[in-house]
Design a protein around this ligand. Structure first.
Ligand SMILES: NC(=O)c1ccc[n+]([C@@H]2O[C@H](COP(=O)([O-])OP(=O)(O)OC[C@H]3O[C@@H](n4cnc5c(N)ncnc54)[C@H](O)[C@@H]3O)[C@@H](O)[C@H]2O)c1
Length: 338
């Protein structure tokens, strides 16, 4: 029997998941919820099923087996908790929340109810990244050096507001912080510095063109951040990130391990040392993280990136910002995770 799937929050990224879900003959897309109801209606017209303004109505009317949550960072908590209490499994886009109180609360309900969850840390499911993890698993890792450079500010209006989007560390660079954990194990403490190096005030007549923005009213986040991570293994990590406008997205890693230097660019990897090789991700690699969730729900098995993983990765970002508040002093993750 087809898996009955609903969608909550159908703005930008949801369309990637909607398209991938529509390619699965074993998935029935039963309903869509968005506070902007017209967006949900458009999905219903394209993919079939019904549109809702309130997520509880979607849950109660359609009784989905699973939902895919793509709401903005600030709009998490009740959507997940109500799903879990009804036994509805969920896939949730990163970041799982903008604060630890919400993330810890949902984690508790997920643990109590035993539902299946997956967080959209899609890099983890790309084949080259899995290969690198296997290569590193037998070696001492020394340095995990990550960067996340964006060519400007993404279009959603919540993005430049700390309390809504969480800032670049929470909203985007979380991909790299999560991948650092996946490749090199748990982080025990984080030190951070942030900067605002340019004036984001829109000049007279500035009109965003729908792509990455150079200006925004009420820009309230750092535009440049540096972190130093202490890993449980003894390894060190750094993360450099910026959204100061320039031409290119540039996202990746260098990992130095005993006998091996790994370079990751996007989801592609190459390595040199006592083993030599390179691997590119397949064209449809961004679908894997969702497909693995559907497969896990169908099989009644746990996923590889359950909600608790999202909570731990969020904690690194928030520890970074907390360290900034403390003048760059290291913040222990044990302070944030329940
Ligand atoms: N994994 C990735 O590569 C990737 C890429 C882009 C975005 N994302 C993540 O996906 C999330 C959404 O990003 P986006 O760019 O699609 O944002 P968006 O603002 O374009 O879309 C969010 C949608 O959620 C709706 N919404 C807001 N509150 C809601 C609520 N309480 N109930 C129902 N609907 C609600 C909005 O009306 C909007 O349509 C973010 O957390 C972002 O980090 C992940």
């Amino acid at each position: 029997m087809a898996l009955k799937v609903g969608f909550v929050g159908v703005g930008g990224i949801a369309h990637r998941h909607l398209e991938y879900a529509s390619k699965r003959p074993d998935v029935a897309m039963v309903g869509y919820c968005d506070v902007a109801l017209e967006r949900a209606r458009q999905c219903a017209a394209t993919y079939g099923g019904n549109a809702y303004e309130r997520f509880v109505d979607l849950y109660d009317q359609e009784q989905p087996d699973a939902i895919v949550i793509c709401t903005p960072p600030f709009a998490h908590g009740d959507i997940e908790e109500e799903a879990a209490r009804r036994g509805i499994h969920f896939f949730v886009e990163k970041p799982v929340a903008v604060n630890m109180a919400t993330a810890n609360r949902v984690a508790q309900v997920v643990a109590e109810t035993g539902i299946i969850t997956q967080v959209g840390y899609m890099f983890r499911t790309a084949e080259p990244i899995k290969k690198v993890r296997q290569l590193l698993s037998t070696r001492a890792v020394a340095m995990v050096q990550a960067h996340y450079y964006m060519p400007g500010l993404p279009p959603p209006t919540w993005w430049p507001k700390m309390e809504l989007g969480g800032g670049q560390l929470v909203e985007q660079a979380t991909h790299m912080l999560d991948l650092g954990r996946f490749l090199a194990g748990e982080v025990v403490s984080v030190s951070g510095r942030t900067a605002r190096v340019r004036d984001w005030t829109p000049p007279a007549g500035y009109q965003p063109d729908g792509g990455m923005r150079k200006y925004a009213d009420d820009f309230g986040i750092p535009d440049t951040t540096g972190l130093v991570m202490q890993y449980e293994s003894g390894a060190l990590g750094t993360l450099s990130c910026s959204l100061v406008p320039q031409k290119a997205w540039d996202v990746g890693f260098k990992v130095v391990a005993d006998g091996l230097l790994v370079t990751i660019e996007g989801a592609n990897a190459r390595w040199t040392g006592d083993e030599e090789g390179e691997m590119n991700a397949g064209d449809d690699w961004p679908s894997y993280v969702l497909y693995e969730f559907f497969d896990a729900v169908k099989a009644g098995k746990k996923t590889d990136i359950p909600y608790a993983e999202g909570v731990r990765s969020l904690a690194i970002s928030l520890a970074g910002y907390e360290s900034v508040q403390r003048g760059g002093a290291p913040v222990s993750l044990a302070e944030l995770i329940e």
